[in-house]
Design a protein around this ligand. Structure first.
Ligand SMILES: C[S@@+](CC[C@H](N)C(=O)[O-])C[C@H]1O[C@@H](n2cnc3c(N)ncnc32)[C@H](O)[C@@H]1O
Length: 336
């Protein structure tokens, strides 16, 4: 996107030249930005411009290599070049140095340039060619970026979501499946002084927990979920499983809930007002299919899986308009 076409390059927009070539350049730009972030090139420029030799020494990299990379980044709009040396542009200054957004960027770069290598196999066979969580487990740094991206997103949404989730007065129990960082459980416990929460996730994903927030390392597809819960959170979980897996999981959740208890589901919808949001949702869905046999499901399809529950309600989030909270009330104890 930072590349601006020149007046004599309009052939790309009129289909006289292949616009996919511009996409190739966009991909190169993204890859170059990844290299600059990982090598600390942007960070070395945070206090002002540096000539190539000083930039190479500050980042601890080869001078000729960094010059060629920086020149490419100038053409892509991530740096400017002048007699004073290379300098951050407003884009790289605001978003790619010392910003929480850097974790989003660093995570998706690994996904695009490494995880998607077998995308054709997934599409050809209809089965995920890679196991996303096994792939993450082999990459502790990418795993940390993934968790910190989720945690940052939860930090923005927890205050909006907590009041939308009905918790009965008095001592109540919450189960947070795939709750990782635990931020949603913590926000709900802060709001409801008699609530205790259990967060169940892979060990590498679990945050520190707290007095009333217990972290339990487990695979929720296999673990005994127990019974007697008033609320079960399934936040950004259903999109990681195929339909049959979700139906089975929801039946186990229903059995774990007290009658009148609530399952609260957070998911992305498939529609968005702008083409960039729609493109992201479809990119996300493809990634879920490729690595987890999941996808971004239509909301009415999710509602269909809740047929055994009563009172299904759906709320679009103000602070993340492509995401929805779906709540449903358990009617009677399920079969288990
Ligand atoms: C997309 S993240 C959502 C995290 C959190 N609920 C949120 O909304 O921010 C999905 C979480 O589910 C966990 N997870 C996926 N499959 C799991 C499984 N079979 N057992 C336990 N945890 C699992 C992942 O480790 C990850 O923390």
């Amino acid at each position: 996107m930072p590349i601006e076409l020149g007046d004599d390059e309009r052939a790309y927009t009129s289909n006289e030249a292949p616009a996919s070539f511009a996409d190739m350049l966009g991909t190169a730009a993204y890859r170059c930005a990844a290299a600059a972030m990982r090598l600390g090139v942007f960070g070395a420029l945070r206090d002002g411009p540096l000539p190539a030799a000083a930039l190479a020494s500050a980042a601890g990299v080869d001078e000729r290599g960094v010059t060629i990379l920086a020149d490419a980044l100038v053409s892509f709009g991530y740096l400017t070049g002048s007699a004073a040396g290379y300098e951050l542009t407003p884009l790289s200054d605001r978003w790619l140095v010392d910003s929480p957004y850097t974790t989003v960027e660093l995570f998706w770069q690994r996904v695009m340039f490494e995880l998607w290598d077998g995308l054709e196999d997934s599409v050809r066979t209809g089965k995920p060619a890679v196991d996303f969580y096994a792939w993450l487990a082999d990459r502790p740094e990418t795993s940390r970026q993934f968790q910190s991206m989720l945690d940052e997103h939860a930090r923005l949404l927890a205050a909006e979501l907590a009041p939308l989730i009905p918790v009965p007065p008095g001592p109540a129990r919450l189960l947070d499946l795939g709750g990782g960082h635990g931020r949603y459980s913590t926000a709900l416990c802060e709001r409801h002084p008699s609530l205790t929460a259990t967060v169940l996730d892979y060990a590498s994903a679990l945050g520190p927990g707290g007095d009333r927030v217990t972290m339990v390392p487990a695979n929720y597809l296999e673990a005994d979920l127990g019974t007697g819960y008033d609320v079960v959170l399934l936040f950004n979980v259903l999109h990681g499983h195929p339909e049959a897996g979700n139906r089975a999981l929801l039946a186990r959740v229903e059995a774990a809930l007290n009658p009148g208890g609530v399952v609260a589901i957070l998911e992305h919808g498939r529609d968005a007002p702008g083409p960039a949001d729609v493109s992201f949702l479809r990119t996300f869905s493809l990634n879920l299919f490729h690595g987890q046999n999941g996808e971004v499901y239509a909301l009415d399809r999710i509602a269909g899986w809740l047929a055994g529950f009563g009172e299904v309600s759906t709320t679009r989030l103000r602070n993340s308009p492509t995401q929805y909270l779906i709540t449903a009330v358990a009617q009677s104890r399920g079969a288990g």
